[in-house]
Write a protein that binds this ligand. Structure first.
Ligand SMILES: [Zn+2]
Length: 83
């Protein structure tokens, strides 16, 4: 018997999360995820983390970032060689 008792809607939302953040879902799928996020604080928190990370990464890629931010990112991803 599994100790993981996550309800199916959570698992489904989790599977869609990356694509949702990337805006790669169909209208129908987006609605399913959004309806779930509205009623599930756990998944909503998970989503805001994903979305926050995406925003930071996207900004870091799109714009020449200030040295202070670059230093922060270097600390976060010490292993990567980002310029
Ligand atoms: Zn959930």
């Amino acid at each position: 018997m599994s100790t993981q008792a996550r309800p199916e809607p959570c698992l489904q939302a989790e599977r869609c999360m990356q694509a949702y953040v990337d805006r790669a879902l169909s209208v129908e799928e987006v609605r399913t995820v959004e309806e779930h996020l509205a009623v599930c604080p756990t998944c909503a928190k998970c989503y805001s983390f994903e979305a926050g990370m995406r925003t930071v990464v996207r900004q870091a890629c799109d714009e020449p970032c200030p040295d202070s931010l670059r230093a922060q990112l270097k600390k976060i991803c010490a292993d990567c060689d980002c310029e």
